[in-house]
Design a protein around this ligand. Structure first.
Ligand SMILES: [Cu+2]
Length: 132
């Protein structure tokens, strides 16, 4: 195993205060009671290709949800989530092989997921996520 290389050089400017003071760590609660762990956030992975959206699951409980878009296609694709016609969230055009994520606070109902590039939705890049 050669550990050659590494970042050499990068001489710091003399006298330059490079390091910002670290923010103080979260203060320990005086009672010593550890905070309850946050509830786990459900994830939905949408796999995109030409021309389909494949959802890792089609229903989630209401609340925070992480939507992931992974592009397994050859072209760029994006993700839009609408509920009753209004946009709840979106991810921009994503290159093949890339993964993007966004967290949404979703209410009970039906969300439409689709790619907004011309004709992509009509070719099949759409899906429905049921929340509640
Ligand atoms: Cu697309």
């Amino acid at each position: 195993v050669s550990s050659a290389g590494g970042s050499t050089g990068g001489t710091p400017a003399p006298g330059a205060p490079l390091a910002e003071p670290l923010a103080p760590a979260t203060p320990a609660p005086p009672g010593g009671t550890p905070p309850a762990p946050p509830p786990s956030v459900p994830h939905v992975l949408i796999t995109a290709d030409e021309w389909s959206f494949s959802l890792s699951r089609t229903s989630v409980p209401a609340g925070k949800v992480v939507l992931g878009l992974v592009n397994h296609g050859q072209d760029e694709h994006n993700l839009n989530a609408t509920s009753e016609g209004s946009l709840a969230g979106s991810l921009p055009n994503t290159d093949p092989g890339e993964l993007r994520q966004l967290t949404l606070d979703m209410h009970a109902g039906s969300y439409k997921l689709f790619c907004s590039l011309p004709e992509h939705e009509s070719r099949g890049m759409r899906g429905t996520l049921t929340v509640g």
